[in-house]
Write a protein of this length. Structure first.
Length: 290
């Protein structure tokens, strides 16, 4: 297993982030945010400068995380909304905008991400499985259209010699180990795997992401995120934190026993950013990940 750090968990300024991460003796990064944007949806200046900064840093790019498909899948308004013309027009406009955003991700962001990953030597493009916004609270089966789009994206990344890794994410259709594994079964493409994030799974309501959730995804693992999560005793809400309930000692041991030889990327979602990320790096090293 190899250690990497998500760049903007350290600093939104890429040059600063790379300098700090390299100074920690870490050999790889997962490239995500630059300023207020996610790469490669950045200015022409940054598209030119990022490869140069990565090359100068000497760091390997473990994965690219462009925010692909971390958007709602458009739901067509029902006939009952047509009673009031202003409501009908408003919902129609929202639907068109959502459709246009999906097309942008498919026709612009996906090709840009593939090109950027190839340019930077990143083997993996991390993506999401669309937000469940607008779906019923108890609905957990992704629409067939979502499956079709992810299958298309997997085919495109495969043609480029890359892997597409769907992140387990609490707001998306693939929000737990079991549901993400089922989504991959429906996609049925060898180039798509899972970016396993036990803390995200816990926040989705999976009480024991390891070993239970991991048992569902272990055969399709392509990438791993390292952070922790806990339940706030005063509110009962689940949040991310530097320490929490995830059995990372058991998780890392299981990854090693299962022969996982990919990257584990530190992604703290915590502040102060530099200190928390450095602590997480040292915690992961203490578990034998270098």
């Amino acid at each position: 297993m190899k250690l990497s750090v998500v760049t903007d968990e350290v600093s939104a300024d890429l040059e600063t982030s790379l300098e700090i991460i390299s100074g920690w003796g870490v050999d790889a990064v997962e490239l995500r945010g630059i300023g207020e944007r996610r790469y490669p949806a950045v200015s022409e200046f940054w598209r030119a400068r990022v490869p140069e900064l990565i090359y100068e840093s000497g760091l390997e790019v473990a994965a690219l995380s462009p925010g692909l498909f971390k958007i709602p899948y458009p739901t067509r308004p029902g006939d009952d909304t047509r009673i009031l013309r202003w409501e009908d027009a408003l919902l129609f406009q929202r639907y068109q905008e959502a459709e246009a955003l999906v097309r942008h991700h498919l026709e612009v962001l996906l090709p840009q991400s593939i090109e950027a990953a190839q340019q930077l030597g990143a083997p993996t493009v991390v993506c999401f499985s669309f937000d469940r916004v607008g779906s019923d609270a108890g609905e957990h089966v992704a629409p067939e259209a979502v499956v079709d789009i992810l299958r298309h994206a997997a085919a495109q990344t495969a043609e480029a010699g890359l892997t597409l890794a769907i992140e387990v994410e609490h707001v998306c259709w693939g929000d737990t180990g079991a549901r993400t594994a089922e989504l991959l079964r429906r996609i049925d493409h060898p180039a798509v795997g899972i970016n396993w994030d036990p803390a995200n799974a816990y926040r989705s309501g999976e009480d024991h992401p390891f070993p239970h959730g991991y048992g569902d995804v272990r055969d399709r693992l392509r990438h791993v995120h390292f952070k922790d999560a806990y339940t706030d005793p005063s509110t009962g809400l689940r949040w991310f934190g530097s320490e929490g309930v995830v059995d990372w000692e058991g998780q890392v041991a299981a990854l090693r026993d299962d022969g996982y030889d990919g990257f584990i990327s530190v992604e703290t979602h915590d502040r102060p950013k530099v200190a928390r990320t450095r602590d997480a790096v040292e915690r992961l090293r203490g578990l034998g990940v270098q």
